[in-house]
Write a protein that binds this ligand. Structure first.
Ligand code: NAD
Ligand code: WQD
Length: 352
């Protein structure tokens, strides 16, 4: 039986230019959700992943959502030859580069792994793209490149800095993209600086399911609510914020996914390198997140206050004016939706 997603895609494919889009790291959390948004807009997605932080099960569930198979190439982004062959054989028009390592703490203890996967991986991808004459790229950057905010909300002109190897790897890649774009104007590149992606697709089939103890707040809260972890540690309640706990700009992962679609559309009309914030423009504190998750799940989230986490900042939220204007895109889903979808996914993940 044809599902709704398939019909949606068929409709869009007829009504707009269809692209073949390669998603490096497409089996991961954000890549998976972006695949749904791209597919529903009529594009064909090809996933390229080495499964170092994901598995084929997530892709199976993605295919269930789409009602169609997803072409998947198992490979490392540092394998330039395989990438080049993939770009040519799959007739790729644009690449979204999600692949990389992303755990801040681990990057401090394994910096070379981070530079190898992230920086070397990006260079390898650019070489393959150059050789295959595929010059449209959307890159997953991060709000971490803003370092300790000098002012709020953070706009794209805010100075950049990094306090750990993960953040530095993102900054290095942005610099490489800037040099590349200056050297060859035929590239069309968007660097998207994500704030804090959370939540899951409405089907609850895909979502964020980190290995081991989660580093990030939302998956940690979800695992406490479902009874997998006993309690949350709130890292500091003496920040200069309304309730003393850290404030972040949490964005629903499907809004983020749609931001990629908007960036691709933008790049069909604009050459050069363009940098955009993907956030909501609104911050929530740790205590507000706990309360919202308790309301969404109907479960208590016990917590205790612990010392501040090294390297954390008090508040971080985006100015979204530039993305809204240039990309004609805005996040539309609210905190309730982020928590409810995250909770539905957490319950489903328990059963798999
Ligand atoms: P994820 O770990 O779920 O997905 C990354 C995917 O890349 C995984 O499937 C992994 O197997 C794959 N991968 C890693 N190294 C690879 C390599 N060398 N070759 C091929 N595949 C490789 O992470 P995510 O949350 O989906 O993040 C996607 C991107 O967004 C990353 O670049 C990350 O740095 C960036 N980002 C994430 C967040 C966040 O909070 N999740 C915030 C800002 C930026
Ligand atoms: C959010 C808030 C914590 C866990 C990180 C990366 C960043 C980006 C997104 C990739 C903070 C508090 C957390 C816990 C807590 N990733 N917290 N107890 O630190 O804003 O950003 O992920 O690019 O680069 O640094 O996100 O979810 O870890 O923390 O109190 O167990 O929750 O102190 O205030 P963060 P987070």
């Amino acid at each position: 039986m044809l599902n709704q997603s398939f019909l949606k895609q068929a409709f869009h494919a007829l009504s707009q230019h269809k692209m073949n889009v390669l998603l490096t790291g497409g089996a991961g959390y954000i890549g998976n959700h972006t695949a749904v948004a791209l597919f529903e807009a009529g594009h064909r997605v090809v996933v390229y992943d080495n499964f170092s932080n994901s598995d084929r099960g997530a892709l199976k569930r993605l295919e269930q959502i789409l009602g169609a198979p997803v072409t998947t190439i198992e490979g490392d982004v540092r394998d330039t030859a395989l990438l080049q062959r993939t770009l040519t054989e799959q007739q790729i028009n644009a690449v979204i580069h999600f692949a990389g390592l992303k755990a801040v703490g681990e990057s401090v203890s394994k910096p070379v792994d981070y530079y190898a996967n992230n920086v070397q991986g990006a260079i390898s991808l650019l070489q393959a793209m150059q050789a295959a004459q595929c010059k449209t790229l959307v890159f997953s950057s991060s709000a971490t490149v803003y370092g300790d905010p000098k002012y709020l909300p953070i706009d794209e002109a805010h100075p950049t800095s990094a306090t750990n190897p993960y953040g530095r790897s993102k900054l290095h890649i942005e610099e490489i993209l800037s040099d590349l774009s200056a050297s060859d104007p035929s590239w069309h590149i968007a660097a998207l600086r994500y704030f804090n992606p959370v939540g899951a697709h409405a089907s609850a089939l895909i979502g964020e399911n980190p290995n081991g103890i989660p580093n990030n707040l939302m998956p940690f809260i979800a695992q406490v609510a479902v009874g997998k972890l006993p309690q949350l540690k709130v890292f500091g309640n003496d920040y200069d914020t309304p309730d003393g706990t850290g404030v972040r700009d949490y964005i629903h992962v499907m809004d983020l996914a749609e931001g990629h679609l908007a960036a691709l559309k933008f790049l069909t009309q604009q050459g050069g390198l363009h940098t955009f914030n993907l956030g909501t423009g609104r911050g929530y504190s740790v205590l507000e997140m706990i309360k919202a998750f308790e309301a969404a799940s109907g479960k208590p989230v016990p917590f205790s206050v612990a010392p501040r986490r090294a390297g954390d900042i008090a508040s971080c939220y985006a100015s979204v004016d530039f993305s809204a204007k240039q990309l004609n895109w805005r996040a539309t889903r609210d905190l309730k939706d982020m928590c409810e979808s995250g909770w539905r996914f957490q319950q489903q993940a328990q059963q798999v």
